[in-house]
Design a protein around this ligand. Structure first.
Ligand code: ADP
Ligand code: MG
Length: 384
């Protein structure tokens, strides 16, 4: 009976929301798996979004409904604990960490989420959800969260409630994204600058493999551990080096014989990817798009062979892109083991690239891919 009442009240929320938030997904042109290693990354917010509707309900209960899952659950404000259902934890974690920083501000509310972002595809539907939810609660209850707080509360929710030890890039891009701009972010000190995304006559095309190999969370956390192991070994001899992405190449070489080969390969990838990202963003500023694209291909090679977070579906699409004359750069994007590739494709060749890639992919794997031509948009914002 309670469920029926909840659904009815949620429907009302949908038509008479007090607050509506739009929260974007993000791309990352280059600099993968570097945020938790203190490296340089080049993300941007995009025009695919999650939309969240909020209304106060005058109780101590919070009803959260996901239109994508056609499912809802209730948060009891007097008992906010980790749930067995993964998707509940994004909401629970945000409520918990807001409550910790700003006690007793949150009261009962209804929230409806609907999203045109593919979920679990490396476009960070998770950060879009967390940051949009935090932003909505902030507006609904006049909490006064700063942008930095929205970013860290969302990150903490993902670490401690969901259990993904993510870096900071996704939340940062979702909150600080700006139309037409890439964010050159140094994840060591969080200094950043906006650089114009001058990529004409190329467009950004995402190809979603529509596979996710369930390894994503466990392998992600394992990579973090492996990187910590590499850093610890280096610090025993060079305590002054406390950021993995910044370890100089000559020191890296010295550890080739000292580290297990797997750990050494992770280290080598991180340091090389950081250097690539710096070269690539300089190339972009000098309008040298071919060099930029080449760095994307090299990034994928590193992710595939040294960091080992790719999979055959992603490799197939990147190999296909490399053979296509309309494409100047391609690589897997996000945590890996499925999700999307990001491609820089000449505008005149976009349709043929998408059609041909879809056909080849279907023939090889009997799976339909989903293409997205994305524009770089603003970060999370309140639209009502
Ligand atoms: P990504 O962030 O790349 O999309 P993640 O695995 O990090 O992939 O996050 C996906 C998870 O986020 C989903 O499994 C789900 O728990 C949650 N999520 C994202 N969007 C929604 C939504 N619209 N409704 C409910 N849960 C969502
Ligand atoms: Mg995510």
């Amino acid at each position: 009976m309670e469920g029926v009442t909840d659904k009815r009240s949620l429907k009302t929320t949908f038509h008479s929301s007090d607050i509506i938030i739009e929260s974007p997904g993000r791309i990352n042109l280059i600099g993968e798996h570097l945020d938790y290693n203190g490296g340089q990354v080049l993300p941007a917010a995009i025009n695919l979004k999650v939309r969240l509707n909020f209304k106060k309900n005058g109780t101590r209960k919070c009803n959260c409904y996901s239109k994508n899952y056609d499912n809802h659950f209730e948060i009891d404000l007097d008992k906010v604990e980790v749930s067995e259902k993964e998707w509940h934890n994004y909401f629970l974690g945000v409520v918990h960490f807001i409550e910790q920083a700003h006690p007793n501000k949150i009261k009962g509310f209804d929230c409806i989420v609907e999203s045109d972002l593919p979920i679990g595809s490396g476009i960070s539907s998770s950060a879009a959800l967390e940051c949009g939810f935090a932003k909505g609660l902030d507006a609904l209850f006049s909490i006064g969260l700063s942008d930095d707080e929205v970013i860290t509360i969302s990150r903490d929710a993902e670490h401690h409630f969901v259990g993904t030890k993510c870096g900071i890039m996704d939340q940062f891009a979702v909150v600080r994204g700006k139309k037409g701009k890439l964010i050159r972010l140094d994840c060591n000190d969080l200094s950043f600058e906006y650089i114009s995304a001058n990529i004409e006559p190329y467009s950004i095309v995402l190809l979603n493999t529509n596979v996710s190999h369930n390894l994503a969370t466990s392998e992600y956390n394992l990579r973090r551990q492996e990187c910590d192991d590499a850093l610890k070994a280096i610090q025993e001899k060079y305590p002054e080096h406390d950021v993995l992405a910044r370890v100089p190449e000559d020191i890296v070489k010295e550890f080739e014989s000292k580290l297990a080969s797997k750990i050494f390969n992770r280290l080598l990838y991180v340091v090389q990817e950081n250097a690539r990202t710096i070269t690539a963003s300089e190339a972009l500023e000098n309008e040298n798009l071919k060099t930029f694209g080449q760095k994307m291909f090299e990034s994928h090679e590193g992710l595939r062979n040294l960091y080992q977070v790719s999979c055959e579906e992603l490799d197939f699409l990147v190999d296909f892109a490399q053979e296509h004359e309309g494409v100047i750069g391609s690589r897997m994007m996000g945590g890996g083991f499925g999700g999307c590739t990001i491609n820089l494709v000449h505008k005149d060749r976009m349709d043929s690239f998408i059609t041909e890639a879809a056909l080849a992919y279907d023939l090889k794997f009997n799976i339909r891919l989903s293409p997205y031509t994305v524009a770089i948009g603003d970060g999370v914002k309140r639209i009502k």
